[in-house]
Structure formats: structure tokens, C-alpha cells
Design a protein around this ligand. Structure first.
Ligand SMILES: NC(=O)c1ccc[n+]([C@@H]2O[C@H](COP(=O)([O-])OP(=O)(O)OC[C@H]3O[C@@H](n4cnc5c(N)ncnc54)[C@H](O)[C@@H]3O)[C@@H](O)[C@H]2O)c1
Length: 396
């Protein structure tokens, strides 16, 4: 009799636990549909040590990472913190704005008090740091903004993360541009150990930020991970960057403005592949690691222009739709990186170039007014945030 009562008592506790767990993790019901004990245990184990709370930033790539994480992991809380600069748009987060596990906070990363307050108040345990001044053209004219956000802002985040203590991962998003240019088309793909030789002020501030991140990892054991990615394209990108800019120029019946002779190449990665790379890095990378995020679509700017003209059915006017304008002060020939380490963690590029470009063009047809008046971004050499009279090109 005594044993029986004990059994029922235990049964009740377990039943209560299951009801409570299901209440806080409704997604598990889907897993139970194909009930395999190991899978349920895995899901339970995963969420028991997570209930992760992320601090992300809402620009182009950050918005896709936030959407992926908030939708796929309803038991993770996603807090997006962003100052909503000229290139940013809250509508990029429409897909998740009503989700219970999502929150947006408007703020500058250069503000130590606000950053610390949000980290503590929201009980943040993971930082994915996408916030930056990112347009190389602008950095030739007024790079103080770049130092302020990319170096000082990163320093503020690191210091807040150090004081806050509960940080399990600090993922710092850097760029392949920190390696400097691949000088020829024979240059071997650069691995993570390669020396950093940035050639423009934007890349230099990104490299500077990386050194701060490394120092916080070494000095304070902050669990930092650094990523260095190729050029990214896809929906939500402000039209100052090559692909959305050319697309929007063509959609307005204007010729594209190619820098120099258009022969410089970039390796283009589709943004959803990049968001998946961050998902893999979040779950599988180890503190102290540096990971390249690279793909297989190395394409010249001229080829990109021709492909877009053909996707928009304007092939018969190709000659008149391509204009060549003076080059930047300095324009890296190409970037070439080796992503072997990331492949070992299980990530690979999935989107085919043609398909990704087509999806992107279709998105800009539907959302051409997403960023309001973009005239300043569509000129050959945008000067948003650039001091009057400052030069960004070789000719002026
Ligand atoms: N887009 C690419 O091709 C590419 C390639 C490699 C690496 N990266 C890196 O990825 C990260 C994200 O790039 P992106 O293309 O999404 O950039 P983006 O320019 O679209 O977005 C940057 C975001 O940072 C925010 N921001 C800027 N300064 C801020 C500040 N002081 N405080 C708070 N928010 C601030 C802006 O409002 C914007 O939302 C950057 O660190 C960039 O260096 C980008």
C-alpha cells in the first residue's frame, strides 16, 4: 500500500512536470507526433540548458538571423537592439514582430548605460554582434562614424558583456575584407590564420574591432567567436550595395553605374545561407574559434550587371544600360577565403546563384519602396554620412 502511494505521488510529479514543460515549450507537441524517446530527450536536453536570450542587430543580415532563430526556436528569446540607422528598416522584422519570443529595442551600441541596462534587464546570455557601419564607399569620405560604431561600439558591447557575467557566447560578425585583397586570380584561398591586411577604412575598423574581441577572450575569458564572411546579397538589403543598387537603378529605367572597368570580383552568398551559418556557429562553434563564411559564386561586377539586365528582360538594351564611372580610391581586386572549418561543423552553401538572384530581384520589385526615398543611395558614389566636399573616388 505504502509503495503504491509513493508510485502515484511520483507519477503525479512527472505528469505535472510534463504539463508545465509543454506549456512553456509548445513546439514539443510536434516532436511527440513521431515520438522517439531519444528525440524527446534530445529536445528536452537542448532546451533545458538554453532558453537562450539573444541580443542581435537588425540590419540586413541581422534581420534574417533574427527571423530564423525566433521562428525556428520558439523557446529562445530574441532581443534585437539597433539604432535604426539610414540603412536599416524595422519592416525587415515584420515576419516576427508579433511573436511572443521577440522584442525590439532602439538604441546605439556606443551607449554604455543603455547596452548594460538591456543586457541585464533582458537577462541576455548570447550576443550576435551584427551592428556596424558597413558601406566601403562611405568609409572613404568620413571614416569617423566607422571608428565610432565599429571599434568603440564593439568595445562597449564587450565591456557590458564582461560586467554582465552571464554571457555564454559572444559572436562577433566580421568580414573577409580584413584579410585585404587577393592580389591575383591565382592567390590561394585565405585561411583563418592568415595575416590581416585591410586596405580600406571600413575593413580597418573591422580588423581593429577583432583585436578587441580577441583581447577580451584572452584577458577575461569572454566566450567569443569571430566570423569573417564573403559578400552577402538577398532581400532586406539597403540599396547602396551592388546588387540591390543595380536592381533598383534598372527598375527605375536607369543604367547601372559600374566602378572602374567592372572587372573586380566578389564572392556572393545568399543571405538565408548566411543566417543558417550563424545558426550552426551558435550551436556548434567553440569559444576562441574564428570561422570564415564563404561560398562558390565568385563573379565580376560586370557579370552581375549583365545577369540582372537579363533577369529583368532588358537584354536588348544591355549596351545603354551599363555605364562605367570612376573607381573608388582603392578597390580590392577580389577576396578569396577557405571555409573548410565551417564545413566541418556541418554548414554548406545551398542557394544556387541564379535562383538567389532571381528571388532577390522579385523581392525588390515588390518592395522597392521599403526604404523610403533611396535617391541618395542610387548615385554612383553614395555620400550618405560623408562630410561635404570629402572625396570617395579616384577622380575627385
Ligand atoms: N553585407 C555583407 O556583404 C557583409 C559581408 C561580410 C560581413 N558583413 C558584416 O555583417 C554585419 C552586418 O552587415 P549588414 O550587411 O547586415 O549591414 P547593414 O548595414 O545592413 O546593417 C547594419 C546595422 O547596424 C546598425 N547600426 C550601425 N551602427 C550602429 C550603432 N552604433 N548602434 C546600433 N546599431 C547600429 C544599423 O542601424 C543597421 O541596422 C556587419 O558587421 C558587416 O561588417 C557584411
Amino acid at each position: 500500500m505504502y509503495t503504491r502511494i509513493q508510485f502515484y505521488h511520483f507519477g503525479g510529479v512527472w505528469f505535472g512536470c510534463i504539463i508545465l514543460y509543454t506549456f512553456y515549450n509548445p513546439h514539443i507537441i510536434y516532436h511527440w507526433a513521431g515520438l522517439s524517446t531519444t528525440y524527446v530527450f534530445y529536445t528536452y536536453r537542448k532546451s533545458s540548458h538554453t532558453l537562450y536570450c539573444y541580443l542581435l542587430f537588425s540590419g540586413f543580415i541581422g534581420s534574417h538571423a533574427a527571423i530564423l532563430l525566433a521562428k525556428k526556436y520558439p523557446h529562445y528569446k530574441v532581443v534585437v537592439y539597433d539604432k535604426l540607422d539610414y540603412c536599416s528598416c524595422l519592416a525587415n522584422l515584420n515576419e516576427i514582430s508579433r511573436l511572443k519570443n521577440f522584442k525590439f529595442v532602439k538604441g546605439d551600441i556606443s551607449s554604455p548605460d543603455l547596452v548594460s541596462y538591456v543586457m541585464t534587464e533582458e537577462k541576455i546570455d548570447t550576443v550576435m554582434h551584427f551592428a556596424a557601419q558597413t558601406h566601403v564607399d562611405n568609409s572613404f569620405g568620413n571614416s569617423f562614424n566607422f571608428t565610432q560604431s565599429n571599434i568603440f561600439g564593439t568595445h562597449v558591447l564587450l565591456e557590458a558583456a564582461k560586467i554582465h557575467k552571464g554571457i555564454k557566447r559572444f559572436i562577433h560578425v566580421s568580414t573577409d575584407e580584413v584579410y585585404g585583397e587577393g592580389e591575383t586570380f591565382e592567390t590561394e584561398a585565405m585561411k583563418e590564420e592568415h595575416i590581416l591586411e585591410p586596405t580600406n577604412p571600413y575593413a580597418a575598423t573591422k580588423a581593429g574591432a577583432e583585436f578587441l574581441v580577441k583581447s577580451y577572450h584572452r584577458s577575461f575569458k569572454l566566450p567569443c567567436i569571430i566570423t569573417r564572411g564573403n559578400n552577402v546579397y538577398g532581400p532586406h538589403q539597403f540599396p547602396e550595395k551592388l546588387i540591390p543598387k543595380f536592381t533598383n537603378q534598372l527598375l527605375r529605367g536607369r543604367p547601372v553605374t559600374l566602378h572602374g572597368d567592372g572587372s573586380n570580383t566578389r564572392n556572393f552568398l545568399y543571405v538565408e545561407d548566411v543566417a543558417r551559418a550563424f545558426e550552426v556557429i551558435l550551436h556548434k562553434a567553440q569559444p576562441g574559434q574564428i570561422l570564415n563564411i564563404g561560398g562558390d559564386n565568385e563573379i565580376s561586377n560586370l557579370e552581375v550587371a549583365k545577369k540582372l539586365i537579363s533577369l529583368l528582360d532588358l537584354g536588348d538594351k544591355e549596351d545603354e544600360l551599363i555605364t562605367f564611372v570612376p573607381d573608388r580610391k582603392f578597390n580590392d581586386l577580389r577576396y578569396t577565403i577557405n571555409s573548410g572549418k565551417l564545413h566541418q561543423l556541418g554548414w554548406k552553401e545551398e542557394m544556387a546563384w541564379e535562383e538567389g538572384l532571381k528571388t532577390t530581384v522579385e523581392w525588390y520589385k515588390d518592395y522597392t519602396s521599403r526604404f523610403g526615398n533611396i535617391e541618395d543611395a542610387l548615385v554612383a558614389h553614395p555620400r550618405i554620412g560623408v562630410a561635404p566636399g570629402a572625396s570617395v573616388t579616384n577622380s575627385d
